[in-house]
Ligand binder design. Structure first.
Ligand code: PLP
Ligand code: COI
Length: 337
């Protein structure tokens, strides 16, 4: 087999059907052996738990081609662990974490011709997900589930590539205290759709959510965590129980400290103090590190350096680790082949 004939450098963030996906089914209290399939469609009852009560969660991670031609994944064990948390939060059975990682490896191997080449800027995005598949009409958890992983080649998440983003402070909330904001439940994204469509219509790239209890602290955006850099070069990122614990953000905090010798602070960040920061960025698997140029808070424009020197360094180091140019901490890079 040969690499697919794709204009890798011009890929956006859109679904492209690839050759094989992984599927496993849960019934009578057990997961079956799981297998790869070419069938990209799913047939379920009209009354499935996922369709009626949104019983579904998902993950996102990427496979890359490194500088020396290996195919690798970035910290898939972290996605396995977070998916287990999401499942527990939604009364779904956990797909064993070791099997999750094995399934990721199988899917990447089976679609290796879809892994973009080194230097193209693109990657193979993997989307593990699980849903309640049997009929439930009373509000209760399903008893049967399907776990799947598909792969799709992607480029930058935000249109315009590295152009600094313009965000707005959202009037709508994403997550309630003690709600589901810290897990990757499909419902968190369903309820953000109206707000993201409105943000785009108003000329913004994303919504910045504040804490819904007091509306005074910065949380995250609809699809990424947020990082700030102080004027004296410290990395500051929100501490909150209602944001998704981004694997990219946790990795960046470690990179900042251990590779760049930076001071790192995770703490509550007041909306009223963000005009004190020099740089701002969004981070996530899809977003990678996307520089922020401006946050608009109801007419007040707060500007940042865009791809400033610190965000650039963080980006270069994290990308360097993912691309095999810089040696990462133990266990960060899972070599597929
Ligand atoms: N926050 C939200 C709401 C997300 O959807 C994502 C994407 O996964 C992230 C943050 C970033 O998380 P990660 O870095 O693990 O991809
Ligand atoms: C990811 O970064 O993997 C996500 O799931 C974010 C989503 C908005 C695409």
């Amino acid at each position: 087999m040969d690499k697919k004939n794709i204009d890798w450098s011009n890929l956006g963030f859109a679904y492209v059907q690839t050759d094989k996906r992984y599927v496993a089914n849960y019934k009578d209290g057990n997961w079956d052996d799981g297998c790869l399939t070419e069938d990209a469609t799913i047939t379920i009852t009209e009354c499935a738990g996922v369709l009626q009560y949104a019983q579904t969660c998902f993950e996102g991670l990427k496979a890359y081609t490194t500088v020396d031609g290996k195919i690798v994944c970035f910290r898939p064990d972290m996605n396995a662990a977070r998916m287990a948390d999401s499942c527990r939060g939604l009364e779904m059975p956990v797909f064993p974490e070791d099997r999750f990682v094995e399934a990721v490896v199988e899917v990447v191997k089976a679609n290796k011709d879809w892994v973009p080449p080194y230097g193209s800027g693109a990657s193979l995005y993997l989307r593990p997900f699980m849903f309640g598949s049997n009929a439930v009409i009373g509000v209760k958890p399903a008893t049967e589930y399907q776990f799947r992983i598909f792969a799709t080649p992607v480029g930058p998440y935000f249109k315009g590539g590295v152009k600094p983003l313009t965000l707005r402070i959202s009037d709508l909330d994403r997550a309630a205290p003690k709600g589901t904001g810290n897990i990757k439940a499909g419902l968190n994204y369903a309820m953000s759709l109206r707000n993201i469509v409105d943000a785009h219509n108003c000329g913004y790239d994303e919504n910045v959510y504040v804490d819904s209890a007091t509306r005074t602290f910065i949380e995250e955006t609809g699809g990424a965590n947020i990082i700030f850099v102080t004027k004296d070069g410290k990395l500051v990122t929100p501490k909150s129980d209602t944001i998704l614990p981004s694997i990219t953000r946790r990795s960046l905090m470690q990179v900042a400290e251990q590779y760049l010798g930076m001071e790192v602070e995770q703490r509550e960040i007041k909306l009223s103090e963000i005009d004190q920061f020099a740089e701002c960025g969004l981070c996530g698997t899809a977003a990678v590190i996307s520089p922020v140029g401006k946050i608009v808070d109801h007419g007040k424009e707060i500007t940042f350096a865009g791809m400033g020197p610190v965000i650039q360094k963080l980006y270069d180091t994290l990308r360097g680790i993912q691309m095999g140019e810089i040696e990462g901490p133990d266990g960060w890079i899972k070599v597929i082949e």
